[in-house]
Design a protein around this ligand. Sequence first.
Ligand SMILES: O=C(O)CCC(=O)C(=O)O
Ligand SMILES: [Fe+2]
Length: 260
Amino acid sequence: MNESMDVFKEFFEMPWEDKAMLYSEDPKNSCRLSTSSVNYAREKIHHWRDNLRHPCHPLQDCIKHWPQKPVRYREVVATYTIEAKKLGLRILELVSEGLGLESRYFGDKLSESEILSINHYPPCPDPSLTLGVAKHCDPNLLTLLHQGDVSGLQVFNNGEWIGVEPLHNAFVVNIGNQLQIISNNKLKSVEHRVVTNSRVARTSAGFFIGPSEDSIIEPEKSLVDDAPFYRAFEFKDFLLHYFPNLEDNEVVMGHFKSQA
Ligand SMILES: O=C(O)CCC(=O)C(=O)O
Ligand SMILES: [Fe+2]
């Protein structure tokens, strides 16, 4: 964890010439450096963040698109993503047991996609003017977030924003929208955001485990008491609806509620 955090920081500290070729405004690019959010062109207020994001599975195909500098990036990050996936699957096994499902329930297509999203928040001269990341729920199944040692993450609970202070060598585990839907609201995805500070840069890395785009998502029948809260849909349709609306979780989830 520490070595990969060092490499992530080194990446963002490199001169612009070494990173410029990865900069892209096209969200479909498989390895993409961008600034603010995916809605850059449409958002009213830009966010104080740079972001490097790339898929990690299947590793042999994805790794060719990852940054070539720092030179140890590919080796260190490959090991990191393999270990993060193992940990994520172990957590999903425990979640399955807790829900009364077989332990491999989330094991195949529902957890096939792996995306690493590395955030760099430079010190912000006036943190009252903008955020690092606007409020949202993660759209995937489960997120393992390594937030380094600088605070900034907040979760919305009982009407107020609460800081999630970093713990050394610990992951914050976020339940994504798909885990909420499949569990038929037995598990809830939490709204979170990132605030900036004027003193120090912050680097964080989210490892997003999610369904393959063609997975059919619906509440698991054994977890439905009366009627399912959500209808069945293809995961790629969720993403299409999610990105333009990501700051409003009611709108995101409302679209997939069952009509019954
Ligand atoms: O930087 C963080 O702590 C969280 C970032 C985040 O919520 C995300 O990338 O989805
Ligand atoms: Fe998030």
